[in-house]
Design a binder for this molecule. Sequence first.
Ligand SMILES: *Cc1c(COP(=O)(O)O)cnc(C)c1O
Length: 376
Amino acid sequence: MSAWKRGNEPLRAPSRLLLGPGPSNVAPSVAAAQGSAPVGHLDPFHLSVLAAIRPLLRQVLGTGNELTFAIPGTGTTGMQAILESLLEPGDGVLVGSCGYFGGRLAEASRRLGAEVTLVEGEWGKPLALDALRSAAQGKKMKAVCVVHAETSTGVLQELPGMSELAAELGALLVVDAVTSAGATPVEMDARGIDALFTCTQKGLGCPSGLAPLSMSARAVEVMKARRSPVPSFALDLGLHAGYQAESPVYHHTSPSGSQLALHEALRLIHEEGLAARYQRHAEASARAVAGLETLGLELLVPKEQRIPHLLAVRVPEGVDDAKVRRHLLERHSIEIGGGLGQLKGKIWRMGLMAEGARPRSVDKLLEGLKEALKSS
Ligand SMILES: *Cc1c(COP(=O)(O)O)cnc(C)c1O
C-alpha cells in the first residue's frame, strides 16, 4: 500500500536535447499527435491516416512501391519483418558489413536458416563493391543486404553498383536505411533497392514505435512465391499489406497515436521540402564539424564518406568518454552516444537529426562539450 502510494504520482520525462544516434527531438505538433486520444484500428479516421501516410512515405523514400507503410515496432522490427518475409531456410544471402548494424543483418538472416556469406570490411570505411562481388563467387543469392548509413561508425555507404551486383546474383537488394531516411536522400527506386526499412525516431523526427518500410513489386513476387509460410505471423508483410489494403483485414491493433505522429512528422517534412531539409542537415553538420575542429577534436570518417548528420568523433587520448557524456547529460541535459562494439570508448556519436539539425542545437552541443572537456 505504502509502496503504491509513493509511486502514485505522474512521472514526467526530462526535457533533453537529443543529439545522439537516436532518438532525436520531435516538433511540438508531432508530440501532440502522439498523445492524441486513441481511436479504433478500423475507425475510418485511422484508416484515413494510414492512407495519407503511404504516399508521403513513398516520397521520402523515393519510391512508387505499392507495399509502403509503417508497422508497429522499431527499425529492428522492420529489418526482421523484411528478412522473415523474404528468406527461407537454405537461401543464400550476401551481407556486407563494416559496423555493428551490418553484423545484425547477417545474424538475423542466419537465425532464419539462410546461408550467409558475410563480407566484413574495416570499421570506419565503406564497403568495397569488388570485395562483395568476389566473395559471392557468382553464386545464386536470394538477397544482398547492406546498411546505407552505418550508425556505429558514421560511414555513409555509396549504393551505386549495388543493384547491378544483386542482379548478377539473381538477388534482391535489401537496405537498412534506419539512420538515413528523412535526413539524406534514400532514392529507393533510382538506386534499384528492392526492400528497405527505417525507423521513425531518427531522421524522420518522430518518437520511436514504428518501422516504416517498403518492398518493390519484385520483392513482393518473391514473398508470394515462398515454399513455406512466413515463420512470424506478427511480422508477415503479406498480412500487414492485407490490413493496409482498400478493404482492411484485421491483423493487429494499429497504434493510432504513433501513426498519427508519423503522419504529422511526414507532413512537416513535406512542408519544409525534402531538398531544403537535406540542406538544413548538411548545414548543421558543417557548423558542428567546424566547431568540433576548433575544440581540437577529430572525426573518424573523412568528409566524402561521412554521414552528414551522424558524426563519429574520436575521444581524445586521456579523456574519459563516459565522464564527458555524463557531464553533458547531467549539467546540460544533452544526450550524445558512445561507441559500439570495437569502437566502444573510442568515439562519441553525435547526431544532428530532424529537430536537432538546427544551429541552436549545434551551438549548445559545442558549448557543453567545451565545458565537459575542460572538466574531464
Ligand atoms: C538505430 C539503427 C537500427 C535499429 O533501429 P531501432 O529503431 O533502434 O530498432 C538499425 N540500423 C541502423 C543503421 C540504425 O542506426
